[in-house]
Design a protein around this ligand. Structure first.
Ligand code: HEM
Ligand SMILES: *[C@@H]1O[C@H](CO)[C@@H](O)[C@H](O)[C@H]1NC(C)=O
Length: 464
């Protein structure tokens, strides 16, 4: 009796188990295609702990070694396919009809649901056209003198001080972002916007629990206040009836057809996209230049020769757009920093239908992660990938192996502005100042962009 009940239970389990495996294998062989190789870890938690308990890049590198350039995993409650081959990354980023952008709901709420990153199709294309128009070379060339004065003000305020490079670079990139959005009015709103924005960002990486007292709650309140400030700015502009060619002017144009909420979400979104990214890259540049005296020397000489030739030709002192086009060595330092630091280690997409890629099935609803950092650090794409060597960019990298600004329909529309502001700051930094790093400088922190430990404390002094 005892034995036969046990046997009965055992058979039930066995049948359920077999049936389940059958469904699983049927599911994963839709269209007769296998899933990519890889392990999924525990139910629900998957491999989240393995990913976050170590340097995420070690996790990715071990997977690639074991399973190849396309593998499956399970993180943060989502099954996903991770991709580290240049061609596959390009495929995912360019096939907008197969892969849509995807973010955690809490992040969408904080930045604003109407922000450009979260959309596709007609609405996205319209926004993108407006943003690209403001940030294309012909539009930003006129910003050089204003960017220059922001850079000079920042450097002056750091003079002789012990500073946290990342925090100070954030002030610089924030002010440049406001300039590109609000034009000359920028300075009027700086302090209010800055105060709200700093509260907002502290909540961005916190647990999304919306009860009084939490960082998230404070951030949501700051988000509301930001919208109110922006509403005032919009109202003021409407009474002025001028046609401004900054981003706000472009968003407010009749042809843009955007509501006030859409404008606010996108302004906050652009500040978010523009500030910490560019500030992290600048922080890495300061570190790499500090560690590579011969590279610093070459950059300094290039920048000094620009000053000298302007003097000899009797030109005015300030930098021009043309000057920034005569900085090949400095530009390669920026490229190599973008590669080595790869501040955006990866991005997220979601398959909107079952997709076949190279004989594998990427099931509908799965997340897909192009791993930028692993592409940039593969010895197949870059010789001695861990070495900081700007001269490698004297030869163009192989197609699709270098995508610090992404690729395809959501590629960074601010990349020209980012490069311009970095060149302008580096011009003044290297010609007028010297700096030394304080403390041991080896760790990387992610917040969420890769950053030198502690934001790189340095002491900055004027030359001579
Ligand atoms: C060095 C600094 C920067 C880096 C490394 C960077 C990188 C990126 C990357 C990789 C993407 C694509 C993400 C994806 O496909 O999922 C992106 C998108 C974007 N970036 Fe940047 N970015 C930088 C600076 C800026 C600046 C200065 C601005 C604005 C002026 C900006 C505005 C944007 C916007 C609006 C998007 C979203 C585009 C869309 O969804 O269509 N970025 N950025
Ligand atoms: C995408 O990658 C291709 C090949 O590397 C490149 O030619 C193209 O300019 C890139 N597009 C964008 C928007 O970055």
């Amino acid at each position: 009796m005892e034995f036969s009940t046990m046997f009965w239970w055992f058979s039930c389990f066995l049948i359920i188990f077999l049936f389940n495996s059958l469904i699983q294998s049927f599911k994963s062989k839709r269209n007769g295609l296998p899933l990519p190789p890889g392990t999924m870890g525990w139910p629900y938690i998957g491999e989240t702990f393995q990913l976050y308990s170590q340097d995420p890049n070690v996790f990715f590198a071990n997977k690639i070694k074991r399973f190849g350039s396309i593998f499956k995993s399970h993180i943060l409650g989502c099954p996903c396919v991770m991709i580290s081959s240049p061609e596959a990354a390009k495929f995912v980023l360019n096939k907008a009809q197969l892969f849509k952008p995807t973010f955690p709901a809490s992040k969408e709420r904080m930045l604003g649901k109407q922000a450009i990153f979260f959309h596709q199709g007609e609405y996205h294309a319209n926004l993108r056209r407006l943003v690209l128009r403001t940030f294309m070379p012909e539009a930003i060339r006129n910003m050089v003198p204003n960017i220059e004065s922001i850079a000079q003000d920042c450097l002056k305020s750091w003079d002789g001080q012990l500073i946290t490079t990342f925090l100070e670079m954030k002030t610089f990139t924030f002010n440049v972002a406001l300039l590109s959005i609000f034009g000359k009015d920028e300075i009027l709103y700086r302090e209010d916007l800055k105060r709200c924005y700093y509260i907002l960002e502290r909540g961005y990486n916190s647990m999304p629990i919306n009860i009084p007292g939490t960082l998230f709650h404070k951030a949501m309140k700051a988000r509301k206040e930001l919208s109110q400030i922006l509403a005032q700015i919009l109202a003021k502009r409407r009474t002025m009836k001028t046609e401004d060619n900054d981003l706000l002017g472009s968003f407010m144009g009749k042809k843009a057809g955007l509501t006030d909420k859409q404008i606010a979400d996108n302004i906050i979104g652009v500040i978010f996209a523009a500030r910490d990214t560019t500030a992290s890259v600048l922080t890495w540049i300061v570190k790499y230049l500090g560690e590579n005296p011969s590279v610093l020397q070459a950059v300094t000489e290039e920048q000094e020769s620009i000053l000298k030739s302007k003097e000899e030709n009797g030109e005015e002192k300030g930098l021009t757009w043309e000057d920034t086009k005569k900085m090949p060595i400095t530009s390669r330092v920026i490229q190599e920093t973008l590669r080595v630091a790869s501040i955006l280690s990866f991005t997220f997409r979601e398959a909107v239908q079952d997709v076949e890629y190279e004989g594998y099935l990427i099931p509908k609803g799965w997340k897909v992660l192009p791993l930028f950092r692993n592409i940039h650090h593969s010895p197949e794409n870059f010789k001695e990938p861990e070495k900081f060597d700007p001269s490698r960019f004297e030869v163009a990298p192989k197609p699709n192996t270098f995508m610090p600004f992404g690729n395809g329909t959501h590629a960074c529309p601010g990349n020209e502005l980012a490069k311009l502001e970095m060149l302008v700051l580096l011009h003044h930094l290297t010609t007028k100042y010297r700096w030394s790093m304080v403390g041991a400088q080896n760790g990387i922190q992610y917040g969420p962009f890769a950053l030198p430990q502690n934001g790189l404390p340095i002491i900055l002094n004027p030359k001579k």
